[in-house]
Ligand binder design. Structure first.
Ligand SMILES: Nc1ncnc2c1ncn2[C@@H]1O[C@H](COP(=O)(O)OP(=O)(O)OP(=O)(O)O)[C@@H](O)[C@H]1O
Ligand SMILES: [Mg+2]
Length: 612
């Protein structure tokens, strides 16, 4: 995970109000549940305060006055209300569960939908771990804020307000005395809150660094082991964890100090009540039950104030989660349908790159004024040195990215006039590193065309030359491929993705040939699959295999984002230029290896030839 990225992620709380409203907005579709939820909490909390008031009356009107009837009367009300409170308590806990689940579901669905719309450029910029934690832990936190956070706030608010009301009813003078202590407590709370939050934010930032480090180390475990980078990585990792330890330590220290401070302030308030209340009681202005109730109310009010720091810290966490979720939801796909985009019905036809320029990053042009006309059904082989821009050309063609200047035309029309679906659903693509989804081979093949029958799937596999190896597997077409197709070899994965493309019967076929060598038999099978596809469609092949290149109608040598040579195999060989050099350097060597007579006999290797 890059440093730069984390800085960007460190959202400030300037727009907290806006984010908070937006988070609350998530409850809109469920507003009836929310109102029921809030009413239930308010009732439970209001009843709590009322119980304290009833206790006061039990003491004063029942016990002190020795009035048995009054005592029984008040106790019956108390008992009945306890049942009512239990019912409300059941409802708010139940509603919190339901509401949380709905919000989580809504958010995850919205994120999933949006992630599908985002362009490739977003994914190449954004670490997978970052996206995953938005979908998992952040949705969780936002859902918690909407349920338990709302609960805490309503409960706390109701506790304070109802306590104040009953205190004013019992003795307004004493109540005012208590109210004076409140701002002091709030002030102390807020001061602590600020400091604790800073530490928590540090902890969170470091935590996401740690997650990122884990993620990279786990996904890249092979490379790390192969390069012996374990100890270096461990050192970097221990720096982050020790920073994390320090920040956590500070947060814990502040949190520990906070509670005793609040308690000291509140004991002063309680002391004042007992002292002043005692004086008043002497003059008959307040009853014993009244003083007792006051003490209860003060403790009652202290609780939400003490808890304020925790609630706010959690809210802040959730708010940051919300901000990150919204930043993802607000990310505009860089490639999207124009307002009047339409489905062209077919994309088979002439394809033209008309002075196309493109850059992944500003000021780093990859293609410049690239022009090319391709006839319907033609097979184009793209060859050239690494980093030359071959993959970029096919990325543009599939509209994974769009040209920054110039146009790509299909049948004479700018392809941005068409809908993305209209284009991409008619393209078959086999990538350099083919990706399979975990599931069975059959499921992976069906991904090419969801309504394909089993027969069609097997026929496509036969055409692509994949059938044979599949039937040799223990479970045949039902064999699981493992996560990302890990249980299969690269050659096998390529055969499956070829079969998938054959099944889709694309009008435009694009293949980024794998450079990794597969055995000669698989190579022949792959060739067979490609030829099936090339027959029915216009094809762009980024070619490394001599057999493919020879079959292509035209070969284009791409160097530094420009066409340096173009022509058929024999034309280019005759010319004796770049292609000739590439060919003699690379492909002749391949040929010699395949047809090396000495190798067959187990003798010395063939002629010493220049290797790339
Ligand atoms: N997602 C990306 N973001 C930024 N730059 C990129 C990105 N993808 C490729 N590039 C840059 O664009 C240039 C062309 O890359 P491209 O992948 O098109 O080369 P290529 O000809 O396909 O190479 P290879 O034969 O190794 O596959 C390279 O300089 C590369 O660094
Ligand atoms: Mg490439």
């Amino acid at each position: 995970m890059s440093e730069e990225y984390l800085e960007e992620e460190d959202f400030q709380t300037k727009f907290t109000g806006k984010t908070f409203l937006r988070i609350l907005g998530l409850t809109k579709p469920h507003w009836k549940w929310v109102i029921g939820f809030l009413l239930a909490i308010a009732s439970v909390s209001g009843l709590d305060s009322f119980f304290t008031y009833l206790s006061k009356r039990i003491v004063d009107e029942g016990i002190v006055a020795g009035n048995k009837d009054a005592l029984i009367g008040i106790l019956s009300i108390y008992g009945a209300l306890l049942v009512v409170q239990a019912i409300f308590a059941f409802f708010f806990i139940y509603l919190a569960g339901v509401l949380g689940e709905r919000i989580r579901y809504d958010l995850r669905k919205a994120l999933f939908n949006h992630l599908q719309k985002l362009s490739l450029s977003y994914y190449s910029r954004t670490p997978v771990g970052w996206i995953m934690s938005r979908v998992t832990s952040d949705t969780e936190r936002v859902a918690d804020l909407v349920t338990w956070g709302l609960l805490d706030m309503t409960w706390g608010f109701m506790n304070i307000v109802t306590s104040m009301i009953f205190m004013l009813i019992i003795s307004w003078k004493l109540a005012i005395l208590v109210f004076i202590a409140l701002p002091i407590l709030f002030y102390v709370s807020i001061q602590f809150r600020k400091r604790i939050l800073v530490q928590f934010r540090n902890v969170r930032k470091l935590n996401s660094k740690i997650t990122g480090a884990y993620n990279e180390n786990i996904t890249g475990v092979r490379v790390i082991k192969a390069l012996g980078r374990e100890s270096g990585n461990l050192e970097e990792f221990s720096y982050i964890t020790s920073d994390m330890y320090k920040a956590s330590y500070r947060a814990a220290w502040l949190s520990a100090l906070f509670l005793p401070t609040v308690q000291i302030v509140s004991s002063f308030a309680l002391g004042a009540i007992v002292w002043y209340g005692g004086l008043q009681a002497d003059y008959g202005l307040i009853t014993i039950g009244g003083i007792q109730a006051f003490v209860s109310y003060v403790t009652f009010m202290m609780w939400p104030i003490q808890d304020l720091a925790r609630v706010f810290a959690e809210m802040q966490h959730a708010m940051a989660s919300g901000e990150r979720i919204f930043s993802l939801l607000d990310a505009v796909p860089s490639v999207k349908d124009q307002p009047k985009a339409y489905d062209p019905g077919t994309i088979f036809g002439e394809i033209e790159f008309d002075q196309v320029s493109f850059a992944y990053e500003d000021n780093k042009p990859v293609l410049q004024d690239f022009s090319l006309k391709v006839k319907p059904g033609e097979t184009i082989a793209l060859v050239g040195p690494t980093g030359g821009g071959k993959t970029t050309i096919v990325n543009l063609l599939c509209r994974m990215y769009e040209p920054t200047k110039g146009k790509i035309k299909i049948n004479g029309k700018d392809y941005t006039d068409f809908s993305l679906h209209g284009i991409q659903s008619r393209i078959g693509m086999v990538l350099q590193t083919p990706h399979l989804f975990s599931g069975t081979i059959r499921e992976n093949l069906r991904y090419g065309r969801l309504d394909a029958t089993d027969d069609e799937i097997e026929r496509a596999a036969q055409l692509a030359g994949a059938h044979e190896f599949i039937t040799k597997l223990e479970k045949g077409y039902e064999e699981p491929v493992g996560e990302g197709g890990n249980l299969l070899s690269v050659g096998q994965k390529q055969l499956i993705s070829l079969a998938r493309a054959v099944l889709a019967n694309p009008e435009l076929f694009i293949m980024d040939e794998a450079t990794s060598s597969v055995d000669t038999l698989t190579e022949a099978l792959i060739q067979q699959g490609m030829e099936t596809l090339m027959k029915n469609s216009t094809s762009f092949i980024i070619a490394h295999r001599l057999s493919t290149i020879k079959k292509a109608n035209r070969i284009i040598v791409i160097e530094d984002g420009q066409i340096s040579e173009i022509g058929s195999h024999s034309e280019l060989l005759k010319k004796g230029g770049k292609y000739y050099n590439l060919y003699t350097k690379q492909f002749r060597n391949q040929m010699e290896q395949v047809y090396d007579p000495f190798k067959e006999l187990g003798g010395a290797s063939g002629l010493p030839l220049a290797v790339e």
